[in-house]
Design a protein around this ligand. Sequence first.
Ligand SMILES: *Cc1c(COP(=O)(O)O)cnc(C)c1O
Length: 403
Amino acid sequence: MMQGFGSACVHAGFEAEEHRSHLTPIYASSTYLFDSAEQAVDLFTGKEKGFIYGRFGNPTIEQTAAKIAALEAYGLKNTHGTPLEVKAILHASGMAAVSTLLFATVSTQQKVLSHLSLYGGTQELIDKVLPDCGIQTVLVDFHDLNAVEEKLKSEPSIALVYIETPANPTIQCVDIEAITQLAHQYGKKVACDNTFATPYLQQPFAFGVDFVLHSTTKFLNGHGTAIGGVLLGRDIEFMSTRVTKHHRLLGANANAFDAFLLNNGIKTLELRMQRHCSNAEQVASFLSNHAEVAFVNYLGLEHHPDAAIAKKQMKHAGALLSFEVKGGFEAGKKFINQLQLCTSAVSLGTCDTLISHPASTTHVGVPRELRLQSGITDGLIRMSVGIETIDDIINDLNTALKK
Ligand SMILES: *Cc1c(COP(=O)(O)O)cnc(C)c1O
């Protein structure tokens, strides 16, 4: 019988070890014993499954990866009608997962097709690192499917289509299914950064994508205790050979301590996401009616340009929103300084409500005109709504907006 998603969050991936530890323990060991020279040969040739060396994996890391694979494939079927199986590889960070993906799927003289709204680190990687390796990126607005098809047609060297939805920090959404169908028509592989949604809200494999990745630092860990990433693929053979090779040789491996924290964090994913989402919905509605707020950018509000796409592919509009405080740059700074409960910090997806004022922090070095072009206005506040008691979050915002 298939278990519910919440049960899979708690139990998937777990395998009891010989001492019967009820939690997946931390395997703090860099290397593993061989029983005999013959066994070493079998392990190295893959004839026997087992652990060899910490950079290649260990039980804490494997069980955590298996849990995430079960959640991303949850309830999905492959083309033969049997349960979909995907392979997950845990990484040192979200950026490590992006790097393994790009280097394993795109070679010199080939191109990546992506869109304008990407996580800052991913954007810098494609701007500053990939060109040195002879890999160029073509950017197009993924809302414009004709433009996407035009690029796929005119640029035969595109090897990978890279989607991030909802995107960081604009919360824009693009249609995973439509873009994936187009890309597959032209024989291209598709990857989707699912960090903002998590498999609770959105399963990109349901729409046919080839790879899914996360910064596990955010909602999957959920408590802000460790940096981490994961890369998943539906082609198990490709994941086990070329992707595994890149992961090992780039030194992109996770460590057992962080994997332990992640594994336990994911157990409450469903509960946390439900609370994050209902809190965010109430915060968005409160802010929409506040006299000191010029506008609210939340996928759950009907006037949001991507509301329909979000509704099509996500279970709920999620926990991220942004809004413009009336009064510009100084008003934005003043608002942040008045907060008592909400935490002023970058990052997102922790139990605590995290709030930032991009114009005075992450984007302070970006010329104002450029910043405005990417939608980051002077009084814009980004908010990752936490799981605190909703009345306390709203009171805190209300008090800070009044002062
Ligand atoms: C944070 C983030 C990343 C990068 O992850 P790190 O764990 O910081 O390396 C990638 N994509 C998205 C959407 C993110 O929010």
